[in-house]
Design a protein around this ligand. Structure first.
Ligand SMILES: [Zn+2]
Length: 561
């Protein structure tokens, strides 16, 4: 039986870390120690360690969690659609505490100055090794995907740097999404020749023969249990990313096939785990409809939840993103059922956890050939730069302004990606920081004419991908970011009716459906897109401005919440 008491662990651990918020950096740091962060009373036979959506962030970073993450329909007001002060209240986290800093946007810049960065693959390695030493033969390390993409070095090595790092970390199994943007040939080359562990994606099929391209399931013996891990790649990859990069592969949630795969796994396994890149709401719906999955390790939507969410007999874990956290889920399995568990989302405070020397040496070796590019400082920011949130973040505003000015456009569009490190006020901006927001394989910054009517269609389509009340139609990500344009959105309405009051920012004029506007954007899924790479556009803009002052935009009016 899973009881409410099992959920109390995270709260107890958070209390250990509570600080006063007015602490100086040193005092804040002293409260955080590796032993306290990793303290955990083991339960049962097996420990699942999970991270996801690391987006090639191998060094400690600042990453501000969202202030706005709206849930619609049945999930309105449910985790992960609780942010900021409401999230702190929901989980009993003290404002100003270390966990409050890690998990929310509240007072982010000030707390970041006290508590420092999170993550770093060398810190992750230390945590993983410590837990493996404590639970020999009982741990399984699972990577939920969006691992190979997100920085300059991974882009230049076409995922190679990340594959080396993950091999060294001793990952047991992974699934994928952005991995596919390196194209079918490169993905197959890595899976066949470079990766030292299985790449599972049961929902990817060959369009010619309708056969699975990758294995769906892998069995592991741990702690005397036979554990089935089923891999589910991002179902909407050919829509959210360019189809031409993965022409001969088809994707989808494929609920019927999952049901079959789970039933087959149940015949031999004591424990069935879905390693998923569906996104949290999709997985919540899946858990309500498919029997026999004990645990879903969720991914894609970057949610960091300090407690597991239970849906019928399935536990859902949300392990955050960017290497900020390592999830530890201990399971006590009796008669092929989960009889008890303990869960903790471990925040990897990088000043408190000692870097693993071997991983640090590997990281230095991977980075060294690229330092001349990545370490070049091009400017400084006076204000907090972040991306995450349903609507424009300040880093998006910076990118949108760069597109407007450098490409001489009236309106700019920037994709609602959820990845990208934050920068604190006063920080230098390096080329590495620019690539951390832009490093994709289809970076052309286009400049074209859109009619007002077409612009509205674009906003409506994206809004429906995010706010459709049926999670099986949600593709994750956030609303497309806009520059030079204001609009109102009612998230509770249907497609075609959410967006209204579109106006041109520079003069307040209503957008004319028949008029053509000069629009600049990037990350088009169209293979014929022309233009300079977005990082050049953004770097040019920052280099010209030298000092960036980018306050929160606050012009998009949201209703229907
Ligand atoms: Zn993803």
């Amino acid at each position: 039986m899973i009881t409410r008491r099992d959920f109390a662990t995270a709260g107890a651990a958070a209390a250990l870390l509570a600080g006063s918020g007015s602490l100086g950096r040193l005092a804040a740091q002293q409260k955080l120690t590796q032993d306290k962060l990793l303290a955990f009373e083991p339960v049962g036979q097996v420990t699942l360690l999970h991270f996801t959506d690391i987006h090639a962030q191998l060094s400690p970073l600042y990453f501000r969690e969202p202030s706005v993450n709206l849930g619609v329909g049945a999930v309105k007001g449910l985790p992960p659609h609780i942010t900021g002060a409401a999230l702190l209240k929901k989980y009993g986290l003290k404002p100003g505490s270390a966990e409050a800093y890690a998990l929310s946007n509240v007072d982010f810049a000030r707390l970041a100055a006290s508590y420092g960065r999170l993550g770093g693959i060398d810190r992750m390695a230390t945590a993983v090794e410590a837990i493996r030493a404590e639970r020999p033969g009982r741990t399984l390390l699972l990577d939920g995907g969006d691992t190979w993409q997100g920085d300059y070095v991974s882009l230049k090595t076409r995922g190679g740097s990340m594959v080396e790092a993950m091999n060294a970390l001793g990952v047991d199994v992974m699934t994928a999404h952005w991995e596919f943007t390196y194209g079918t040939d490169r993905v197959q080359e890595i899976v066949e020749d470079e990766l030292k562990f299985p790449f599972l994606a049961g929902n990817v099929r060959d369009t010619e023969w309708n056969e699975g391209v990758f294995e769906s399931t892998q069995y592991f013996e741990r702690g005397g249990l036979n554990i089935a891990v089923i891999g589910q790649a991002f179902p909407f990859t050919p829509i959210a990313n360019p189809r031409h990069l993965i022409e001969n592969w088809s994707f989808g949630i494929r609920e019927k096939e999952i049901r079959k795969t789970v039933a087959a796994a149940r015949k031999k396994a004591d424990l069935v785990v879905l390693l998923s890149h569906n996104g949290f709401d999709v997985d919540r719906k899946l858990a309500s409809r498919v029997d026999g999955i004990d645990v879903i390790l969720t991914g894609h939507t970057h949610d960091a939840l300090p407690e597991a969410v239970q849906v019928r007999d399935t536990l859902l874990v949300a392990s955050g993103s960017h290497g900020k956290y390592l999830s530890r889920l201990d399971l006590d399995v009796k008669n092929r059922k989960v009889a008890g568990f303990r869960y903790r989302l471990i925040p990897l405070f990088s000043d408190a956890i000692a870097p693993d020397p071997k991983m640090k040496a590997l990281l230095d070796r991977l980075r060294a050939p690229h330092r001349a590019v990545t370490e070049k400082v091009i400017g400084r920011t006076d204000t907090l730069l972040y991306r995450r949130g349903n609507f424009n973040g300040t880093f998006d505003d910076l990118i949108c302004n760069a597109l407007l000015e450098e490409r001489d456009a009236e309106i700019s569009l920037s994709p609602g990606f959820r990845w990208g490190a934050s920068l604190l006020p006063g920080q230098d901006i390096s080329m590495n920081d620019v690539y951390n927001q832009t490093a994709i394989t289809y970076p052309a910054a286009y400049r074209i004419k859109f009619t007002g009517a077409f612009l509205k269609t674009v906003l409506e389509d994206v809004a429906d991908n995010i706010f459709n009340p049926d999670p099986y139609y949600q593709q994750g990500g956030d609303m497309v970011r806009v520059g030079g344009l204001n609009y109102d959105i009612d998230v509770g309405r249907k497609i075609g009716h959410r967006i209204s009051n579109m106006t041109l920012m520079r003069n307040g004029e209503a957008i004319d459906p028949a008029r053509e506007y000069t629009v600049s954007g990037w990350a088009s899924v169209n293979p014929d897109t022309k233009g300079p790479p977005i990082w050049e556009v953004v770097a040019g803009y920052i280099g010209r401005k030298k000092i960036i002052t980018q306050p929160a935009r606050g012009k998009i009016r949201v209703s229907g919440v």
